[in-house]
Design a protein around this ligand. Structure first.
Ligand SMILES: CC(=O)[C@@H](O)[C@H](O)COP(=O)(O)O
Ligand SMILES: NCC(=O)COP(=O)(O)O
Length: 240
C-alpha cells in the first residue's frame, strides 16, 4: 500500500505572508492526520520562508503518523534539526541556497562518499533515510551503495510530460522502480503529483511505498476543502 504524506509547506507560506498564526500550521498537520493522511512532510529551507525550524519541533511533538523531514543536509542547521527531532524519515535533497523549489536529484556517483557519511550519521540515530534522485538507472544503482534505505523519485518530469504522452512520461520511472526493487531499495516519489496524474503513476510503479504531495493538494483544498481533498488523493492511490 502506498502511503500519502501531506507536505504542509504551503500552509506555512500563507501564514508567513501576514506574520500571524493564520492558517495554523500545527492545526493543519493534525487535521491532515484526522482526515486520513498517513504522514506529514515538511521541507524547511535555510531562509525559513515557509516551514520554520520551530514548526518542525512543534509538529514532531504533536503528530502520530510518520514524520518526514526533507532538506539539504549540507546545511549544518538542517542536520541538527533532524537529529534533534528524530523523525521517522529524513529525505536528503541537493537544494541550492535560495532555490524556489527542488529541481534535481542527487548525483549519487559524484557525491557517493559524502552521501555514505551523512546517511551513516542519520542511520546511527535510528532515522530512516531516503535520498531524492532522478529516474536515471546509474543514479539508482549508485544510491544503493550509499547505504540509504529508500530513494524518492523526483516526479517533476513525469508530471510535466503526463498531459502530452503519459506512457512516455512514466517509462523512465518504471525502469528506475524495477531496478530499485531488484536492489532492495525502498521507493518513494514526489514533486508535482496531483489528482490527475497520481493514479497512473501509482498503478504503474511497483513497490511504491510513499508519495509526498504538497503544492497541488493544498491548491485543491482551496476549492474542495482539506478533508475532501485528502480523501480524493487517497482514493486515487487505493481504487482499482
Ligand atoms: C523535494 C521536493 O520535491 C519537495 O519537497 C519540494 O521541494 C517542496 O518544497 P517547496 O514547498 O519549497 O517547493
Ligand atoms: N517530496 C515532494 C513533496 O514533499 C511535495 O512536492 P510538491 O507536491 O509540493 O511538488
Amino acid at each position: 500500500m502506498t502511503k500519502l504524506s501531506v507536505n504542509i509547506n504551503k500552509i506555512a507560506t500563507l501564514r508567513n505572508s501576514r506574520g500571524g498564526n493564520n492558517p495554523d500550521v500545527l492545526k493543519t498537520a493534525l487535521d491532515c492526520e484526522r482526515f486520513g493522511a498517513e504522514g506529514i512532510t515538511v521541507h524547511p529551507r535555510p531562509d525559513e520562508r515557509h516551514i520554520r525550524y520551530q514548526d518542525v519541533y512543534d509538529v514532531k511533538a504533536a503528530i502520530k503518523t510518520e514524520f518526514n523531514i526533507e532538506g539539504n543536509c549540507q546545511e549544518e542547521k538542517f542536520v541538527k534539526l533532524v537529529l534533534d527531532n528524530k523523525p521517522a524519515q529524513v529525505t536528503l535533497v541537493p537544494d541550492a541556497l535560495g532555490q524556489i523549489t527542488s529541481n534535481h536529484g542527487w548525483d549519487t556517483i559524484k557525491h557517493q562518499s559524502y552521501l555514505q557519511d551523512i546517511i551513516g550519521v542519520f542511520k546511527e540515530a535510528g532515522i530512516r533515510v531516503s535520498i531524492f534522485v532522478d529516474p536515471v538507472l546509474e543514479m539508482v544503482e549508485a544510491a544503493k551503495t550509499t547505504g540509504t534505505d529508500r530513494i524518492e523519485l523526483y516526479t517533476e518530469a513525469y508530471a510535466t510530460g503526463y498531459k502530452a504522452d503519459r506512457e512516455q512520461a512514466i517509462a523512465p520511472y518504471v525502469e528506475a522502480a524495477k531496478l530499485a526493487n531488484k536492489l532492495d531499495l525502498g521507493l518513494n516519489a514526489g514533486h508535482d503529483l496531483d489528482l490527475e496524474n497520481l493514479k497512473y503513476f501509482a498503478d504503474n510503479i511497483s513497490g511504491l511505498l510513499e508519495v509526498s504531495i504538497g503544492h497541488a493538494l493544498i491548491c485543491d483544498a482551496l476549492y474542495l476543502g482539506l478533508e475532501n481533498t485528502i480523501q480524493r488523493y487517497l482514493y486515487q492511490l487505493r481504487k482499482g
